[in-house]
Design a protein around this ligand. Structure first.
Ligand code: ARG
Length: 630
């Protein structure tokens, strides 16, 4: 990947992130002072803990001195001596060494201003990469005949944001919705729907997802049977009457299961009537799914749908290929790929004893298609963390099989599981309804929008209905998405309408409000007839708040690149929040339109304008469209 992490080895020719620039300079100094330790030494640049001492500090002297058995302060002094930053920093001397060896530096204001004016371009410091890659992003992953719930929110929102980030950087992102639309559970509900429709209990022409969801659960229950209950009853010598009842139920369950299996065979062989029923289930589910994806402002469309069923004709071929090349072995009548050499004890099962293929078989076929047909340099799976063993297995099996290598490539493409944590309720348990059901995604979105509307009306009692509805929709969806994106991906997070809808703090509504506030400066300017003559104004940055805002803005490109490199959208959220709060302090302390002189006014207007554009670009990258007014 051509991503640039915060501490890149060399200074990028057009770097505008001070941390990146300082990192390169300190690295050079370290190489001069301690060549033996320089190889992988981290310059450890962070914002200064004490602002009165500087803008940034390097914490590298302490660990390096330890490694090279020197006194840390003396080592820091040597670093300062070797440091070549005269063009970007105020002079750095021994007086800038604090405590055991922290080195503080202060950026020159003229340097800061010139970096900010470099940021002030249409691409905002993020030109399209010169080496575009193809990245397949596994998103959404809904299952037929089941309502989308809060877990699908994460796979949809985080996955789409990652894809947007790749696109923003100039890569090609291909979204793939690995819909669970094939196999025995789907055959069960297909069989069930067919009998229900035949009995006139379901109107096929008015099929909806709630009905399907109900039939799915019913079919599961009917086919499940009482095998384990019978085992328990026998073991504990339960009454013959109970045993007989259970066994009678089991006979019925066996019949249901036999019907489901026959339906699976009919589906697999393309029986027209069965396929037509399946297609109705597919269309009903996907219509609802794609509507949710659109409402969430994702770029997940029908084009992204590549469900398990799309691999049905490839599975036998994959398995044959793996057997032929001795990648897969027989085990107990089944077929497995052994992964012990890669340190994974559990082999990857690819064909069951009864000849059936598995979830893993489809994912291995998926890697083959994604890398070898779609040309992925990188495949990113945005899927629940609980599937991490599954992905370790299929990634390794695909690598062993050579499926992860592009036809013309030497190295295998990157396969990455962007695992996410669970959504918890405020009671600390997985987020469910009061009665313990999964919360329907559509209901969740409706509720967020309804709460947002109350907040919007409270803020602006005179608002007209149309505007209230439009604003509420934007704010409600932004709140839900931002809450999902702004935490570390792998962590569980607590779902709280109250917190996510707050206009204060690191929330969607706060971020949405920030560019509106900046925009209002320009509306006021127009009302008052103030010239919009700021485009090429000299940036003055005299007040600490102006400087702080400039510094926050300059970190924007790195934040976006970090999202792509680490698959962590919170990196961008945190930076946008920093920018929004820095703007807020700037706005409170530094009058813009009523500045003392014209030069200051123009400088501040330019700073505000850049801020607005960065916030809009950042939110757009996250998949959160902004509003003109709120
Ligand atoms: N349908 C799956 C589930 O609900 C998620 C699919 C994830 N993607 C994949 N390529 N396995 O668990």
């Amino acid at each position: 990947m051509t991503t640039t992490p915060a501490n890149a080895t060399t200074e990028q020719p057009h770097a505008i992130d001070p941390v990146q620039i300082l990192s390169a300079r300190f690295r050079a100094a370290i190489a001069a002072v301690a060549p033996e330790a320089a190889g992988n030494a981290d310059p450890m640049i962070t914002p200064s803990k004490r602002k009165e001492l500087g803008d940034f500090q390097s914490n590298a002297a302490m660990p390096l001195a330890k490694r090279t058995k020197q006194n840390p302060r003396e080592f820091a002094a040597k670093l300062v001596e070797a440091l070549d930053v005269a063009d970007i920093c105020e002079p750095v001397t021994d007086a800038d060494i604090a405590g055991p060896g922290f080195i503080n530096v202060r950026l020159r204001t003229d340097m800061l201003a010139s970096l900010v004016s470099r940021l002030d371009s249409p691409e905002l410091g993020l030109p399209k990469t010169a080496t575009p890659e193809t990245v397949v992003v596994d998103v959404c992953g809904v299952n037929l005949a089941k309502q989308m719930h809060v877990g699908h929110l994460r796979a949809t929102v985080i996955g789409d944001t990652l894809a947007r980030t790749f696109e923003r950087l100039g890569h090609k992102a291909i979204r793939q919705n690995h819909v669970g639309d094939w196999g025995l559970p789907i055959a069960m509900v297909t069989a069930k729907l067919r009998t229900e429709a035949a009995a006139g209990r379901v109107d096929m022409d008015a099929l909806d997802l709630d009905t399907l969801d109900r039939l799915y659960k019913l079919a599961q229950k009917e086919c499940k049977g009482q095998a384990s209950a019978i085992g328990v009853a026998k073991k504990f010598g339960s009454s013959p009457k109970l045993l007989a009842e259970l066994e009678a139920e089991q006979v019925i369950a066996d019949e249901h299961m036999a019907a489901a299996k026959a339906t699976l065979v009919a589906l697999q062989s393309g029986d027209a009537e069965t396929v037509a029923v399946w297609q109705r289930i597919y269309d009903t589910t996907m219509t609802a799914c794609l509507a949710a994806c659109a409402r969430l402002h994702t770029r997940i469309t029908d084009e992204a749908s590549a469900g398990e069923s799309s691999y049905r004709d490839e599975l036998a071929d994959v398995v044959d290929d793996l057997v032929k090349r001795d990648v897969a072995q027989k085990s107990d009548g089944a077929l497995v790929v052994r992964l012990d050499a890669a340190g994974i004890a559990e082999p990857c099962l690819i064909r069951k004893r009864d000849g059936g293929f598995l979830y893993a078989t489809t994912d291995i076929a998926g890697i083959r298609r994604r890398v070898q047909k779609l040309g992925a340099d990188r495949v990113v799976y945005c899927v629940d963390a609980r599937q991490s063993l599954h992905f370790r297995q299929v990634f390794e099996a695909a690598r062993i099989a050579g499926y992860a290598t592009k036809p013309d490539a030497e190295e295998s493409s990157a396969l990455e599981h962007a695992a996410f944590g669970m959504v918890m309720g405020e009671d600390g348990k997985p987020y469910k309804t009061r009665s313990g059901e999964n919360v329907k995604l559509s209901a969740l979105l409706d509720e967020a929008v309804a709460s947002a509307e109350r907040a919007v009306r409270e803020k602006d009692p005179g608002v007209d209905d149309d505007r209230a509805a439009r604003t509420a929709e934007a704010v409600g969806i932004a709140a839900i998405k931002y809450a999902d994106l702004s935490g570390e991906r792998a962590k569980d997070y607590v779902f709280s309408f109250e917190r996510m809808l707050s206009f204060e703090g690191n929330t969607g509504p706060y971020l949405l409000y920030a560019p509106v506030r900046v925009g209002s400066i320009f509306r006021k300017a127009e009302e008052r007839g103030v010239a919009l003559d700021h485009a090429d104004a000299a940036l003055l940055l005299r007040e600490p708040q102006e400087k702080a805002l400039a510094l926050a803005l300059l970190r924007y490109p790195t934040a976006v690149r970090n999202v792509a490199a680490q698959l962590e959208p919170y990196r961008l959220c945190a930076q946008l929040y920093d920018i929004a709060t820095a703007f807020s302090s700037f706005y409170d302390a530094c009058p813009v339109l009523t500045a003392d002189d014209d030069e200051t006014r123009r400088s501040r207007m330019r700073l505000a304008d850049i801020t607005r554009r960065v916030l809009i670009d950042g939110l757009e990258t996250l998949g959160i469209p902004t509003l003109e007014r709120m």
